[in-house]
Design a protein around this ligand. Structure first.
Ligand SMILES: [Fe+2]
Ligand SMILES: [Fe+2]
Length: 328
């Protein structure tokens, strides 16, 4: 049956928890599940394919011709798609490292959001322990060009983009600073993915307030490193350095940071790496009340804050790599 006719014939409504799947994330394997699409600017979803009718490449072409860039499936089906596709994408050397990285991000977005908002820390940790090593392997490809990677990063400020970007920058900066052991880099990437876990306890209304925050709101938000640390410490399966990335990423080199305001000598060196990564992503991302800084402006900010907010060695290392857009 032609897909348009089939769309019209379908009256079955989508399950309440559907998530989008970008058509770009399909490679050789196809989804074998109920698939929904959004037609035009309609609010609702329409059944496109039943589980028994496999989606093939010609369906994807037809959908793209109709301007449809994503399909919708249940969260469980999307999770099955991610588990199947992520390893395939990581191995696909016909794609550039930045293309593989981009697909990997897309594949993991809905699973991360669902896990993060479920309140189930086990689910989040389980996912990031898969995603961290996958990202590390793709980003360790000798053909990766930092300027290309930066150009394709999402520069929005949603939790997922922020977590993945900070993890990416933290892992890369740790590598540039001399860490070359794969297992160690994977563990740093996982720490980066978890660094703002404590924000799940903070009211979205306060978190997304535009403009300057008052003292009470600031104090409230400043609890997030401690809350994330408290979420993760009892598990016993995370390393001390991963916990320190979570707990100390807002401490400052000059001792004026939070949650404690410890001096530089008491800040874990990987937390110092994460601080550079975290601020770099924050200032280069879109906010409702200000434009994102470009790379040059962000590097000037880092240089200005060297020895104040940032460890001078870490700031210098990141600036030099960003300026040259060097291959990894
Ligand atoms: Fe944070
Ligand atoms: Fe952050």
């Amino acid at each position: 049956m032609d897909s348009v006719e089939q769309d019209k014939a379908s009256e079955q409504s989508a399950p309440s928890a559907t998530v989008p799947v970008a058509l770009d994330t399909f490679r050789k394997s196809m989804l074998d599940c109920d698939i929904y699409i959004r037609q035009g600017d309609e609010d609702g979803l329409t059944l496109y394919r039943k589980k028994s009718q496999t989606l093939d490449c010609s369906d994807l072409d037809r959908l793209e011709k109709r301007g449809i860039r994503e399909i919708f499936v249940s969260l469980a089906d999307q999770e099955a798609h991610r588990r199947k596709m992520a390893p395939e994408v990581c191995r696909d050397t016909t794609l550039s490292p930045t293309e593989r990285y981009n697909l990997l991000r897309e594949l993991s977005r809905a699973s991360f959001d669902a896990a993060y908002h479920s309140g189930d820390v086990d689910q989040v940790v389980e996912l990031v322990e898969e995603l961290g090593p996958q990202m590390t392997d793709v980003l360790s490809d000798s053909d990766l060009v930092l300027s290309d990677l930066f150009a394709l990063m999402d520069h929005d400020d949603c939790t997922y983009s922020h977590s993945v970007n900070v993890s990416t920058y933290t892992m890369l900066l740790a590598k540039y600073a001399g860490i070359d052991d794969r297992e160690h880099l994977c563990s740093i990437a996982v720490g980066g993915l978890l660094h703002d876990l404590g924000k799940r306890h903070i009211d979205l209304e306060v978190l997304n307030k535009p403009g300057k925050l008052d003292k009470a709101d600031r104090r409230y938000i400043e609890q997030h490193p401690t809350l994330g640390f408290q979420d993760l410490l009892p598990r016993g399966d995370l390393s001390w350095e991963q916990l320190m990335i979570v707990y100390q990423h807002h401490e400052r080199y000059d001792g004026q940071g939070y949650p404690v305001g410890v001096p530089s000598s008491e800040i874990h060196h990987l937390a110092k790496v994460a601080t550079v990564a975290d601020v770099f992503h924050a200032i280069t991302s879109e906010r409702p009340y200000r434009k994102p800084m470009n790379t040059d402006e962000a590097c000037s900010f880092l240089a200005d804050q060297s020895g104040k907010m940032f460890d001078p060695g870490m700031a210098k290392c990141w600036i030099s790599k960003m300026k040259t857009g060097v291959c990894v």
